[in-house]
Design a protein around this ligand. Structure first.
Ligand SMILES: [Mg+2]
Length: 282
């Protein structure tokens, strides 16, 4: 028995070895696929829209056309002694297109915002102006309407320098220390907005996040946030001009409880619940 078993045992080991090699191959193929079509990245549709949709670009033109009409209206009703006019601008996804970062996330199988990648990406100067932004702000400058940039970013000691570079490289007016505010320790822009409001007549605010207009919207409850926005519904398109952003912002915070949720299974489930908040039940 034993001598017969010997070759059997060797054969069995060989078969086991082969199946292990085969299974490893299958597993690696499956895992390669799982980061691709079989488990689609939850950011994919939103980022594809940002990358390709003419509608996305048109929304920027629409916003900047409305902004220009509001500035023209403000200019036409000026009387001597009035405060200097100003517009308050957010930077990322308002005057700057950041889609190159989101493309990188997709290529690296990231399904959620990644702060460390963002901090590495910012100094690379891959931002480009959003459609209509440079022309609108040049129009403001030509008419002595001052432009203030207020952004929340934190890439350490060089944060301000990086943000200033983004303004200068992309040809934005008023790229100087008086007109750029970089908040590294908070997303609360209210204090700076109030300071500017004391010295200037603010014609309008532009941003891709309600927080770019007023801090009062900074709540985590989805319905409360919507209700607060609706109390100001008459201001949109007049004083508050909003740009689209389906990938990041405080709407994410309202869904997940934090603005930059980690890529956990719990958060994937929360995202699914958000997407099915209203659903046909049959
Ligand atoms: Mg922004």
């Amino acid at each position: 028995m034993h001598h017969k078993c010997q070759p059997c045992s060797i054969r069995a080991q060989f078969v086991r070895f082969c199946s292990t090699v085969f299974l490893c191959g299958v597993v690696s193929i499956v895992s390669a696929k799982s980061s691709n079509p079989s488990s689609p990245n939850s950011l994919m549709m939103a980022v594809a829209w940002k990358q390709t949709a003419a509608e996305y670009k048109a929304l920027y033109y629409q916003a900047y056309n409305i902004a220009r009409m509001q500035v023209e209206r403000a200019l036409s009703t000026r009387t001597p002694g009035d405060k200097t006019l100003a517009v308050l601008m957010d930077m990322d996804d308002t005057i700057l297109n950041t889609v190159n970062y989101w493309g990188y996330l997709i290529n690296n199988n990231q399904a959620f915002f990644d702060d460390s990648i963002w901090d590495r990406w910012i100094p690379e100067n891959k931002v480009v102006p959003t459609p209509g932004s440079v022309d609108f702000l040049a129009f403001c400058k030509d008419n002595d309407v001052e432009v203030f940039y207020v952004t929340s970013r934190n890439q350490g000691a060089k944060t301000f320098e990086y943000a200033m570079d983004h303004l200068k490289i992309n040809g934005f007016p008023y790229a100087d220390e008086n007109h750029l505010t970089v908040l590294t320790d908070t997303s609360n822009k209210q204090k700076r907005q109030d300071e500017i409001g004391n010295d200037y007549e603010i014609v309008l605010f532009m941003g891709d996040n309600l927080n770019d207009f007023k801090r009062v919207y900074y709540v985590t409850d989805i319905d409360e946030r919507t209700k607060l926005m609706e109390q100001d519904k008459d201001l949109f398109g007049r004083k508050f001009i909003l740009l689209p952003n389906p990938t990041d912002g405080h709407w994410i915070r309202a869904v997940f409880g934090e603005s930059e949720p980690p890529p956990t299974n719990t958060n994937r489930e929360i995202l699914r619940k958000a997407a099915t908040r209203s659903s046909w039940e049959q």
